[in-house]
Design a protein around this ligand. Structure first.
Ligand code: ATP
Ligand code: LTN
Length: 327
């Protein structure tokens, strides 16, 4: 059976891009494949953080994943730091990766653009290797992610192939799964850049748990362009195409076909706002209910970690033996 793995950081507040590009896919996949989803708390300490906030957000992210529809009886949901094999395998892979290839990672370049490389944590630099360990530890075939993770998935494949070439067949070489529509939801105020937890302004991003009236208002105020033709063309018309992608995802249609129904931007914005509100409403209702019982979520994570350890340990030992460690 195909094995699916994905991770999501418990940093910042979850936005529509995270939901549409990644989480929505998790919910579908859990019913078709053996699926593991991980709140990657170890990744969250690659930048400055507050320990109390990390604790809260890890539980909040798990709560949200259950609210969007993950069923802990169907998939394995756990916190990365509960499974020590992730950091153990990361070391073996750090000794497989080269400095030069990590240096080329665009996310590292972006995240050090303002503060400079010198002050960046070493963990921010090696983070893609920990991500590779997350994936390879579960003999993963398929990794649902948004478009911005393409380069990290490529690195994971390269490391798996290099390790297998040097030490003999050990890891399954995974493939990224990037949805055709919605893999790159753009910032509502700056549609040339992706909607981002850390970089988008409050008006540029819609939060999954945001007040629904505010969600509608932000979409209606989205930046478009000075023309008036409704056409799906992400390069030439990023703002309008972003609205069409949102509408397509929320209503199950095709962006280019939906474009033909509109002559003006106003009605497109109004329909998109309504569709996104209806997409988020059940998630928010379920989240409110789950939040009343945090013990339930914590217990689900504990059970998930037990299962994840069972799957990860044999793969870690396989890699250790292949590399020459006494076992
Ligand atoms: P930041 O921009 O601050 O680095 P982020 O918004 O990318 O954070 P992550 O936790 O790194 O959030 O991403 C979680 C998942 O959401 C990943 O699979 C990522 O590819 C996906 N994702 C993030 N932003 C978008 C977006 N704008 N559109 C579609 N998918 C996205
Ligand atoms: N790097 C990813 C989060 C992440 C991940 C993973 C995604 C960590 N480990 C394993 C898929 C598989 C991000 O920044 N969104």
């Amino acid at each position: 059976m195909t094995r699916v793995f994905s991770g999501i950081q418990p940093t910042g507040e979850t936005h529509l891009g995270n939901y549409i590009g990644a989480m929505r896919q998790y919910v579908v996949d859990q019913h078709h494949h053996e699926s593991l989803y991980c709140v990657v708390d170890l990744h969250a300490v690659t930048v400055e953080h507050d320990p109390e906030v990390l604790r809260e957000r890890t539980l909040q992210m798990a709560t949200l994943l259950l609210a969007v529809g993950l069923d802990p009886e169907v998939c394995t949901l756990f916190a990365q730091s509960h499974v020590p094999a992730h950091t153990q395998l990361a070391w073996l892979l750090e000794c497989t990766a080269s400095f030069g290839e990590l240096r080329r990672m665009t996310q590292f370049k972006e995240k050090t653009a303002t503060g400079g490389e010198g002050a960046a944590r070493v963990g921010l630099f090696t983070y893609p290797v920990l991500m590779a360990a997350d994936i390879l530890l579960y003999d993963t075939d398929r990794v649902p992610v948004g478009d911005d993770q393409r380069q990290h998935i490529e690195l994971t494949r390269d490391l798996a192939e290099r390790f297998n070439g040097r030490y003999g067949p050990t890891f399954t070489v995974p493939s990224g799964f990037i949805p055709e529509v919605g893999a790159r939801i753009m910032d509502l105020q700056d549609p040339a850049t992706k909607m981002s937890k850390s970089r988008s302004s409050p008006q540029g991003k819609v939060l999954v748990l945001e007040d629904l009236a505010s969600v509608a208002k932000k979409i209606k105020r989205a930046v478009t362009d000075a023309e008036s033709e409704v056409r799906y063309d992400p390069a030439a018309k990023p703002g309008v195409s972003n609205l069409l992608s949102l509408l397509a995802v929320a209503t199950g249609g095709e962006p280019a076909a939906l474009a033909e129904r509109y002559e003006q931007y106003g009605p497109l914005k109004a329909d998109t706002a309504e569709a996104v509100v209806e997409l988020l409403r059940p998630v928010q209702e379920c989240h409110a209910e789950l939040s009343r019982d945090p013990g339930h979520v914590a217990a689900a994570l504990t059970r998930g970690a037990e299962r994840a350890v069972e799957l990860a340990q044999p793969v870690l030992e396989r890699a250790q033996r292949a590399m020459g460690f006494l076992r």
